[in-house]
Ligand binder design. Structure first.
Ligand code: NDP
Length: 445
């Protein structure tokens, strides 16, 4: 058995019933295998891979809150502090009914390598709860956030662990979490990112993940002598990442024809109207089906996924994990899609990824292509430390440079190992090399 196979066995043995975590580790271990093989004796001796797949600290806790009917509700909260090799733990909080230990471990593991790619001094973490914010009143959301932070505050701090948002956690939730942290600790400090602009948030953070995704997609296309302008793009999701992906892609001359939520998708042959999307999602907190009321020329496809039938040049999945399944990958290729860049975390199943790579589709994995969000979160941390505010233009320009640099790292690592078009391998090896170097220099911790 190879070292990688041994470690994979270990992951399954110690984390039974965690398919998403197994999937994420398998993908990383498979693609870093050549980099591991070159130093196998040393890595085995220090149990490097065994360390990388074991979070430094896993916290799970009870979250009690009272709903609008006066009934006590119990949810489970998590914070998985995966790796502090490169800096304080950093990664989002997800509030969604599907949250469990497997999802948290997969996201925390991925975050470690993603954060390494950004070049910022941040370690990897993830957290959240199986709380479902859908249909909850303002008061219920606030009560939940306050109760969640009443436990979480013990484990976080501006130099220790700095959470941010993710699915179900936007500016409103970050505000309630921050308020409760401040109340308990009496500290007004940079302990969360994605904060409101009036109390330490950074300009450009809201847009960063979506804008960064489009910037790196453009870099990839440029390397092929192409540009996103004039291309037909399909986007899934209609949350933070999807909205600002649509906005930037269209500013750069693409036509984005779809957005979606878990109930169905919108097809707008004339290009998604970002102002309508923002009004529905950010102002009214509504559902994407409402889009057709404002844009009657668009169509709503209930119960369907974007990936089932839409024709596009470029696919930018921005909803959730494992949304592009093998049959979708086959359909995308048949209908002429030649590039897939992940806005969400692991939105493409392993089988679908392998198929796309085999068919020569340019495939950029989320840990490289959606790293713009956490990169600007790190810029928010530095502004908080300096008590300074940077302009939107300044932050956006740095984001662009960071995404360019990530693209360069991905390309260079992929080329080093003889597979210049395998960006999954490039991203994983580039992130892995940095984490390992930092661990070695700190005495393998
Ligand atoms: P939001 O909560 O703002 O939006 C999520 C969107 O995805 C909604 O449209 C939601 O639809 C849809 N969605 C969520 N779960 C599912 C599901 N199981 N099936 C179908 N649709 C689903 O989240 P974000 O935009 O912040 O995050 C989207 C993705 O991007 C996630 O994978 C996240 O981890 C990743 N990401 C986010 C970053 C950020 O800065 N926010 C940074 C890097 C990655 P519905 O309302 O019906 O649930």
């Amino acid at each position: 058995m190879t070292y990688v196979e041994e470690v994979m066995e270990r992951v399954k043995k110690f984390n039974p019933g965690e398919p998403e975590f197994h999937q994420a580790v398998q993908e990383v271990l498979d693609s870093i295998a050549p980099a591991v093989a070159a130093h196998e004796e040393e890595y085995r001796k220090v149990k490097l891979l065994e360390r990388l797949i074991e979070p430094e600290r896993s916290i799970s806790f009870q979250v009690l809150w009272v709903d609008d009917n006066g009934e006590v509700q119990i949810n489970r909260g998590y914070r998985i502090q995966f790796s502090s090799s490169l800096g304080p733990y950093k990664g989002g909080l997800r509030f969604h009914p599907t949250v469990n230990r497997s999802i948290m471990n997969f996201l925390g593991f991925e975050q470690t390598f993603k954060n390494a790619l950004t070049g910022q001094a941040i370690g990897g973490a993830k957290g959240g709860s199986n709380f479902d914010p859908k249909g909850k009143s303002e008061r219920e959301i606030m009560a939940f956030c306050q109760s969640f932070m009443t436990e979480l505050f013990k484990y976080i701090g501006p130099n220790e662990d700095v959470p941010a948002g993710d699915i179900g956690v936007g500016a409103r939730e970050i505000g309630y979490l921050y308020g409760q942290y401040k109340r308990i600790t009496n500290q007004f400090e940079g302990v969360l990112t994605g904060k409101g602009l009036l109390y330490g948030g950074s300009l450009g953070r809201t847009e960063a993940t979506g804008y960064g995704l489009v910037y790196i997609t453009e870099e990839m296309l440029k390397s092929k002598g192409m540009t996103i302008a004039g291309k037909t793009v399909a986007v899934s999701g209609s949350g933070n990442v999807a909205t600002y992906t649509v906005e930037k892609a269209q500013q750069m001359g693409a036509k984005v024809v779809t957005v979606s939520d878990s109930n169905g998708y919108i097809y707008d042959p004339d290009g998604i109207k970002v102002d309508v999307l923002k009004e529905i999602k950010e102002v009214r907190r509504g559902r994407i089906s409402e889009y057709v009321e404002a844009v009657p020329t668009a169509t709503y496809h209930p119960g369907k996924s974007v990936w089932e039938e839409v024709t596009c040049d470029i696919a930018l999945p921005c909803a959730s994990q494992n949304e592009i399944k093998p049959e979708h990958a086959v359909g995308l290729v048949e209908r002429g899609c030649y590039a897939v860049c992940e806005g969400a975390n692991m939105p493409t199943t392993r089988e679908a990824t392998d198929y796309l790579l085999e068919k020569g589709v340019w495939f950029l994995p989320g840990k490289a292509s959606n790293a713009g969000g956490v990169a600007v979160s790190a810029l928010e941390m530095s502004q908080n430390s300096m008590r300074k505010r940077r302009s939107f233009e300044d932050v956006d320009a740095e984001l662009k440079e960071i995404m360019k640099d990530i693209w360069a790292q991905v390309q260079s690592a992929a080329s080093d190992y003889g597979q210049p078009d395998n960006y999954v391998m490039g991203a994983n090896i580039a992130g892995f090399r940095k984490v390992v170097k930092a661990m070695r220099e700190q005495g393998w911790v």
